[in-house]
Design a protein around this ligand. Structure first.
Ligand SMILES: [Fe+2]
Length: 144
């Protein structure tokens, strides 16, 4: 994960082309960050990466929550998922603050956070809604 490029594969699919494309965007952000770290240019790119993450999270979490509601994802599970989104959003801002306070020292923490987002959230939490979403994806896309 540290230096290797992450490649999209079927294992990442949540059965929504729309959300899969957004997740691919996140992977591109993570790859850009990791490649910059490998080249020793992490510090140069971090501000831009964090900005991209803030913008991405805002749209992506909103879209995902809307999709889960349309797919009739059970309300208790939806609430748990929304709480995870709130926590991820808080963590992004926490890393933004760390970056402005500690600079380069905050880079490993940002790397770990991004890896946990991909492996912990997408591959575990997001997968839980995939079977509900598979049936209604076209409808979701038509209202976008
Ligand atoms: Fe999610």
């Amino acid at each position: 994960m540290k230096s290797g490029k992450i490649t999209w594969c079927a294992e990442f699919s949540v059965q929504s082309e729309y959300i899969d494309r957004q997740h691919q965007n996140l992977i591109a952000i993570v790859n850009d960050f990791n490649q910059a770290l490998t080249r020793g240019e992490g510090a140069k790119i971090t501000y831009a990466i964090l900005n991209r993450l803030v913008l991405y999270a805002e749209t992506h979490f909103r879209d995902e929550e809307k999709l889960m509601q349309m797919a009739r994802f059970p309300p208790d599970q939806l609430n748990t998922h929304i709480k995870e989104h709130v926590k991820l959003t808080e963590e992004i801002f926490h890393h933004c603050e760390n970056w402005s306070t500690y600079g380069k020292e905050s880079l490993p923490g940002i790397g770990k956070f991004l890896a946990a987002w991909l492996l912990g959230h997408i591959l575990k939490s997001d997968m839980k809604y995939s079977k509900y979403v598979a049936k209604i994806d076209d409808k979701f896309l038509s209202v976008k």
